[in-house]
Design a protein around this ligand. Structure first.
Ligand code: FES
Length: 149
């Protein structure tokens, strides 16, 4: 498993997405009300670009003229033929046990971790001088995706 910083948190506001390329895979990163999810941008049906599809919700009904919508923005519909997937699990709506799109673990981490990790290539190295510093309330954060090698 390798970890990839894919965006600053503020690059993907709630309801938005970003499509990234990681190790030859196209992956969609979604922000659903502040929670982040990552799905392979390849539909299991015929390989359509799933992650550019519209987001909707579940519609349920107890009878004619009565319906309700739940989980708004959590159901991703493939733009090619309309197969639908739960963005939280990658499972299809019509056959969740057999048909699913690959999902990846996503975490939000302070950007400072990456900058101060002295072992990572290009990381900042501590110098001999120390400036006076102040505590601030703004912490930049990154969206990190775990992808198998
Ligand atoms: S390729 Fe996605 S529904 Fe057909």
């Amino acid at each position: 498993m390798t970890r990839h910083v894919v965006a600053r948190v503020d690059e993907i506001p709630p309801g938005k997405r970003k499509i990234v390329e990681i190790a030859g895979r196209s992956i969609g990163i979604f922000n659903i009300n502040g929670e982040f999810f990552a799905l392979r941008n390849r539909c299991p049906h015929q390989g359509g670009p799933l992650c550019i599809g519209p987001l909707g919700g579940f519609v349920s009904s107890t009878g004619p003229g009565d319906y309700s919508v739940s989980r708004r923005g959590e159901i991703l519909r493939c733009p090619w033929h309309g197969w639908e997937f739960d963005i939280r699990t990658g499972k299809s709506w019509f056959d969740p046990q057999r048909i699913r799109v690959r999902s990846y673990d996503v975490s939000v981490e302070p950007a400072a971790d990456e900058l101060m990790d002295e072992s990572s290539p290009g990381a900042m190295q501590p110098g001999p001088y120390q400036a006076e510093t102040y505590v601030t309330s703004i912490v930049r954060q990154h969206v990190v995706v775990d992808v198998p090698e």
